[in-house]
Write a protein that binds this ligand. Structure first.
Ligand code: KG4
Ligand code: ZN
Length: 362
């Protein structure tokens, strides 16, 4: 490909779920600079139906993308023909939504004779830490906490990763969303819980730290379970309602947020220590949570583990992180994807390098 100068740039699209996003980013002296990043959320539209409606999501992406692309390119001060590659999320996510971003990206790439990079959404989340001021270099441990994933991933190098821990049931973001609904709060649940928890007493309710048993006895040190916590919250709310009292939403939200942060911090730091990793990275929507960020920074420094968080604006879904993943692949060796690469609702992160093979896996 033609990436021969010192400041390669990427136009990136993200349409894997209910957020249409476009960004232009550029690599300058090893640091990624976000030239423009725009996000159009469909949350209000889907909340009418109580969840994301795939057909509606695809249509909204089709409507929003042309305007977002124009806005991002204008804000970046660049011309599409002058970027070095066009990237789009191709997996995992809603197939129709992914297809809208992927087809748009391939069309633009073909029109301007540019390489196309099909990016794994979670690789985007991992790369979001590079959008901060002083990003760490591998090796490090990543705690990836989003609406669909709760994983502890060792990044040995770009691009060698291993999953060391994960949730066996609900993802932590999903638990925030379900508990928010139970407490009568709005979607997405994470920010809603965080807001009401501010004025609450986090020590008022004792809640369980879900564990995963292992054959032969004991518990897995780095795996997670959040479904028991969700049920415990339901029981508490029911018992309070049965007693005729008002539901103390602030204290319940604070106690829930506290126990979730405790579990994530304890298991992540243990995993880092056990694997001799002195750096820990937090990414994904839930990594925007202030209590989690504060607990992790404090406990990390007590245990001599340096903690790095993706900037809050790039924790929830965005296209700058997809561009950051693409730039990382370009740095590795001028990667590009086949124009015949399709989209996939499910694809393991461990196999994301296959997205850059000349023989596409899907
Ligand atoms: O990474 P993300 O935008 O989308 C996925 O890839 O899933 O994560 C969305 C999730 C939602 O479950 C949302 O409730 C949660 O992240 N979230 C938060 C916060 N902001 C978003 N959870 C806790 N605290 C927050 N401030
Ligand atoms: Zn995401």
């Amino acid at each position: 490909m033609r990436y021969t100068h010192k400041r390669p740039s990427v136009l990136a699209l993200e349409t894997s779920c209910d957020e249409s996003a476009v960004a232009v980013i550029r690599l300058e002296s090893g640091k990624i600079r976000v030239m423009a990043s725009v996000v159009a959320s469909q949350i209000e539209e889907h909340s009418k139906w109580g969840g994301v409606v795939p057909e509606i999501a695809s249509r909204r992406h089709v409507e929003a993308l042309p305007f977002l692309i124009e806005q991002a390119v204008t804000e970046s001060g660049m011309l599409i023909e002058n970027v070095d590659a066009i990237a789009a999320t191709v997996a995992p996510g809603l197939a129709g939504s992914l297809m809208v971003g992927s087809v748009t990206a391939r069309t633009l790439a073909s029109l301007h004779s540019l390489p196309f990079l099909g990016v794994h959404h979670l690789e985007g989340h991992l790369a979001s830490v590079r959008l901060g001021n002083a990003p760490p270099a591998p090796p490090y441990l990543v705690l990836l906490v989003s609406g669909g994933h709760t994983e502890l991933i060792r990044v040995s190098s770009y691009w060698e990763i291993e999953c060391l821990g994960r949730s066996h049931d609900d993802a932590v973001g999903e638990a925030f969303d379900k508990v928010a609904r139970l407490l009568g709060l709005s979607y997405p649940g994470g920010p809603a819980i965080e807001k009401v928890a501010e004025g609450g007493d986090f020590a008022r309710f004792a809640l369980p730290k879900g564990r995963i048993s292992i054959p032969g006895g004991g518990f897995h040190p780095y795996h997670f379970s959040f479904s028991g916590l969700k049920t415990a919250m339901l029981r508490k709310v029911e018992a309070i309602k049965d007693s005729g009292k008002n539901v103390p939403v602030n204290d319940l939200a604070a106690s829930f947020e506290h126990v979730v942060a405790e579990v994530l911090v304890e298991r992540s730091l243990k995993c880092a220590k056990d694997h001799d990793l002195s750096r820990l990275v937090m990414v994904g929507g839930v990594a925007a949570n202030n209590r989690l960020r504060t607990y992790m920074a404090k406990r990390g420094s007590e245990q001599n583990i340096q903690v790095f968080c993706a900037p809050k604006a790039f924790c929830t879904d965005n296209a700058a992180m997809i561009g950051a993943a693409a730039i990382t692949r370009l740095e590795l060796g001028n990667a590009s994807s086949s124009f015949e690469l399709g989209v996939s609702p499910r694809w393991p992160l461990e196999d994301s390098s296959k997205l850059y093979c000349s023989n596409p896996p899907f």
